[in-house]
Design a protein. Structure first.
Length: 167
């Protein structure tokens, strides 16, 4: 696995990663997170991924020369209250489901933790879908994050988590 900065040429591959995740979740009956429709072809989703690609905080995990995972870091989403101390926020994390089980997500989160340290942040924060069986919240906890507060956006149930950096 090789991590590299993401850019405009990664928009289509990242959209396909989300498509694979949506299909995988839908096949399990877990549609509350991202629904059932592919991200590819959705102008709002394309604009969102393009903004991450242009923002400088996107990293791509390549496996055998092909994009297999993506993380984007930066400022918190507008539905989350900014922290009272310096932070770095995981805006997105997705892997191509063909590469599930190979620690790509954890490797990308470890990169984000190192990036937060390099930026002298006190916290690395992330929010995620907290509905259905809660497996996504548990995943982040296994990656070293702790729950800080639940929230909702419309009917979407979320959890805010953080990983504190030590000086």
């Amino acid at each position: 696995m090789h991590l590299r900065p993401g850019g405009p040429g990664d928009v289509a591959p990242v959209l396909r990663m989300f498509d694979s995740a949506v299909a995988w979740l839908a096949a399990q009956g877990r549609t509350g997170q991202w629904g059932t429709q592919p991200f590819t072809g959705n102008p709002r989703r394309t604009e969102q991924v393009a903004a991450w690609a242009a923002g400088g905080g996107m990293r791509i995990a390549d496996v055998d020369g092909h994009p297999a995972g993506c993380i984007a870091v930066g400022a918190p989403h507008d539905y989350v209250t900014p922290a009272a101390e310096p932070e770095l926020y995981v805006q997105a994390l997705v892997i191509d489901q063909r590469h599930a089980g190979h620690a790509i997500g954890r490797t990308l989160l470890d990169w984000a933790f190192g990036e937060a340290q390099a930026r002298q942040a006190a916290l690395l924060r992330v929010d995620c879908y907290a509905g259905d069986d809660g497996r996504l919240v548990s995943y982040y906890e296994r990656c070293g994050f702790t729950r800080t507060e639940p929230f909702t956006v419309g009917e979407w149930s979320g959890m805010l988590l953080q990983r504190r950096l030590t000086p």
